[in-house]
Design a protein around this ligand. Structure first.
Ligand SMILES: C[S@@+](CC[C@H](N)C(=O)[O-])C[C@H]1O[C@@H](n2cnc3c(N)ncnc32)[C@H](O)[C@@H]1O
Length: 286
């Protein structure tokens, strides 16, 4: 369906039964909780898509999005507006300190410097988190010669992945990056008044972005990883889905590997065989 340039049509409020159909899909296929209290928010987010397509009802949108053509062209757009992608460079900075001061020295002591350490940023949004990691790890590799790493960054939203691959950000959003890293790892736009910066090609080369739905049974990852950052993602899932996802992440961790979750996402009370080694940092047994 081509996107509409026509003037905005009046759209009737979403009925409870249509909301139920959308919420069922969002909870089952994306894992994201969608209780009736979220109806106003969901309507507001989907409105943009109805306007773009020139549709005048949520029923018509539902019918289109789950048609064969809609599944191919519109469903990714719907997922883009339904997901919450808030992120920052160096968000929850003590995780980065803990990584450098405790996790990496322990891992190097055990494995030596022969191997390349692999990290997975699951729910990486627009790239600020994996690029923060790449800056920290590159800087570390200058102090610990021979340290090698690679970062896989995944998200379900194609919109944030496209932004992440470009690696271009507002100067303002780069402020949390330590000054020394800004000088080393950011390029300023030639047109100064645009106020944009770009992550250096070297830092970008350490990160590979890929679309991946954490709810799907097969992640398609061939090898286990040493460290997983899955922060501020499972907070949007219900308890059962959280446990399901954490157990799957556990299976993708190498023995002795670490999982970092968001500061409000403790695994207390969840039945997962991971040991807490710091607040919201967990380790798999050897
Ligand atoms: C709030 S952002 C967190 C970004 C980053 N990890 C951080 O802490 O700043 C949550 C991200 O999880 C992604 N997400 C939500 N459900 C997902 C799913 N089922 N599979 C993969 N990613 C998902 C969203 O698209 C969003 O970009």
């Amino acid at each position: 369906m081509p996107e509409s340039t026509a003037r905005r049509t009046i759209i009737d409020p979403m009925t409870d039964s249509t909301f139920f159909q959308f919420s069922q899909f969002i909870q089952t296929e994306l894992g994201i909780k969608m209780p009736p209290t979220k109806k106003v928010m969901l309507q507001a987010r989907l409105h943009k898509r109805l306007w773009k397509l020139g549709l005048d009802s949520f029923d018509a949108y539902y019918e289109y999005v789950f048609s064969p053509d809609g599944r191919e062209h519109e469903l990714p757009q719907m997922i883009n507006v339904v997901t919450t992608n808030k992120t920052d460079f160096f968000r929850e900075p003590n995780h980065f300190d803990f990584l450098v001061e405790h996790v990496l020295p322990k891992m190097i002591k055990r494995h030596g410097l022969e191997k390349r350490f692999t990290l997975w940023c699951a729910g990486s949004s627009s790239g600020e988190e994996p690029y923060s990691l790449a800056m920290v790890l590159h800087n570390y590799s200058e102090q610990v010669h021979g340290f090698k790493f690679f970062i896989l960054a995944t998200d379900i939203s194609t919109k944030v992945l496209d932004k992440a691959k470009l690696g271009i950000y507002d100067e303002e959003s780069a402020e949390p990056i330590p000054v020394i890293f800004r000088q080393k790892y950011l390029l300023r736009s030639k047109e100064r008044d645009k106020g944009l910066v770009r992550v250096s090609p070297e830092i970008r080369s350490f990160v590979r972005f890929r679309r991946l739905n954490l709810i799907k049974s097969d992640f398609g990852l061939r090898e286990t990883v040493d460290i997983i950052f899955c922060r501020n993602v499972i907070i949007y899932f219900n308890r059962e889905t959280q446990e399901h996802v954490i157990n799957k992440l556990y299976h993708h961790l190498s023995p002795g590997g670490y999982l970092f979750t968001g500061h409000s996402e403790t695994l207390n009370g969840h039945s997962v065989p991971l040991k807490a080694v710091a607040h919201t940092v967990y380790q798999k047994e050897f």
